[in-house]
Design a protein around this ligand. Structure first.
Ligand SMILES: Cc1cc2nc3c(=O)[nH]c(=O)nc-3n(C[C@H](O)[C@H](O)[C@H](O)COP(=O)(O)OP(=O)(O)OC[C@H]3O[C@@H](n4cnc5c(N)ncnc54)[C@H](O)[C@@H]3O)c2cc1C
Length: 454
């Protein structure tokens, strides 16, 4: 088996040693395999020499997962072919793959806000979510099969009919959108999805597609108070389990007052307390009237609503939504601290309490995200190391409360290196030990993704 060249030039390595969380690492070398055989050769070599191996894709992780603490980096960037409409290399950019299938009239729904920067394989191994998860679920249900190199170096094709080679610890996930911990399934595909590069290197992905929606209406609605926004949310979600109900959004994205201030140049000056971005798929005429009636009933600032009925308008609204996490990441990079941002999802009844807690941050912060799933990102914007330490303490208090309310510590960003303590707090030491035992069975030398998740 041929091995790819080992890159040790510090100038090249430097570009691979930090991610969107501003976590920095060290590595002795970097390999960039061009095919599965090269990946298998690297993994087998790492096993036989006990070299820790960290898989890195596009490093949009917000949890330090692709950042090494020594050893080698295995980059998937050259596994970037699109082989068929429903089959692509793990390293292809997610957005590029989606545009490819959409040009043929098909749709691959998973849409992390970072989809034009992250890889397909990264989205699979993190079970990424996004705005459209409200309607379509996370990445998991849209994956039919993957090709992966297991920690032993064995190449496998994993579908839901492939039993896991290792016994999988049982546990009950919280009944909310979640990406925390190993998925409790006996099949290898579901175990690999969400395993964050610790149980195998995903090299190729076979997706499940659905016909591209005919048309999508999008609008950004502004609300004078939180109460009016929550009333609107209740109406917007009322059809969730009733396909005949008139309001059927595919996403509901929230911007708090502080978020609107942060992207002031991109949204109109408004006295609103908050805003919600809504997308609705439809067949013919846009269902504007039903939505405007709901906005009026809920006392929204109807005249300020920004409506987008075509692709260009929708792209403008997406740019606004994407500007938020991008701006946050730039601010923390400038400040030189690590990101402290929540990724909790809670049950419906707990949302008002979490929103109230997110108001009280004691330092600059913004709160935005996936309102439909009660999954908001509160991002602290500490101005100093002292404020960063305080943000971490406040974060932990919030995490405990989210868990006590039946929520999860990570709904989509995963655990990586930064959120291991939060996962342990959520599931308890016995569960962590059970997962450690799984890792020891799969990878006795602890080569793959060392320090990630548990
Ligand atoms: C601006 C911004 C917005 C974001 N919005 C969202 C969002 O809406 N929803 C969401 O879910 N996430 C979001 N994220 C987080 C991130 O984009 C996702 O987790 C993404 O799936 C990571 O993909 P990546 O290619 O960058 O992987 P990386 O960051 O390089 O790696 C992430 C983890 O996956 C592992 N990995 C990567 N590829 C493979 C592979 N082929 N095989 C095995 N392991 C692998 C790595 O070891 C690491 O543990 C956002 C990030 C940013 C910066």
């Amino acid at each position: 088996m041929s091995m790819p060249a080992l890159v040790t030039d510090p100038a090249i390595l430097e570009g691979y040693l930090s991610d969107a969380s501003n976590t920095h690492g060290v590595a002795a070398g970097l390999v960039r395999p061009v095919d599965t055989a090269e990946v298998a050769a690297v993994v087998a070599h790492a096993q036989s020499h006990g070299i820790p191996l960290t898989v890195t894709a596009r490093r949009t992780s917000t949890t330090g997962g692709p950042i090494p603490d020594g050893g080698w980096l295995l980059s998937t960037e050259r596994l970037d072919g699109i082989h068929a409409l429903d089959e692509a290399g793990a390293g292809v950019l997610l957005g590029q793959y989606q545009e490819h299938v959409e040009a043929a009239g098909w749709f691959f729904p998973p849409d992390p806000t970072s989809r034009h920067e992250c890889s397909l394989g990264g989205a699979v191994t993190c079970n990424a979510s996004g705005a459209r998860t409200y309607r379509y679920g996370p990445t998991r249900p849209w994956i039919r099969q993957v090709e992966a190199v297991l920690p032993s170096g064995e190449v496998v094709i994993a579908s839901r009919d492939t039993p896991s080679p290792w016994p999988v610890p049982r546990w009950v996930e919280p009944h909310v959108k979640t990406a925390a911990g190993y998925f409790p399934a006996d099949n290898l595909l579901d175990l690999l999805i969400g395993s964050e590069g610790t149980l195998g290197v995903i090299t190729r992905v076979w997706t499940r597609l659905t016909p591209l929606p005919k048309a999508v209406l999008a609008f950004l609605a502004f609300f004078p108070t939180r109460e009016s926004m929550l009333a609107f949310l209740a109406e917007a979600r009322s059809g969730r389990h009733d396909p005949t109900a008139p309001l059927q959004p595919r996403c509901l994205e929230y911007f708090d007052r502080r978020s609107l201030d942060l992207i002031r140049g991109r949204v109109p000056v408004t006295a609103a307390d908050c805003a919600v971005l809504v997308e609705v798929e439809h067949e013919g005429e846009a269902p504007l009237e039903a939505w405007f009636d709901a906005l009026v009933r809920c006392d929204a600032l109807v005249d300020e609503t920004i409506v987008a009925e075509d692709d260009a308008g929708r792209a403008r609204l997406h740019t606004i939504r994407h500007a938020l996490p991008a701006e946050v990441n730039e601010i923390i990079a400038r400040t030189g601290v690590r990101k402290v941002g929540t990724d909790f999802a809670v049950p419906d009844a707990a949302l008002p309490e979490m929103l109230a807690l997110y108001d009280d941050t004691g330092m600059p912060a913004v709160c935005f995200g996936h309102l439909g799933d009660n999954h908001l990102h509160l991002n602290f914007l500490p101005r100093s190391q002292a404020e960063w330490a305080e943000a971490k303490e406040r974060y932990m208090v919030l995490a405990r409360r989210a868990v006590a309310l039946g929520g999860t510590v990570s709904a989509e960003h995963g655990i990586g290196r930064l959120k291991r303590a939060h996962l342990a707090m959520m599931v308890g030491d016995a569960q962590i030990e059970a997962w450690r035992a799984l890792r020891r069975l799969a990878d006795p030398a602890g080569v793959l993704g060392r320090g990630v998740m548990v």
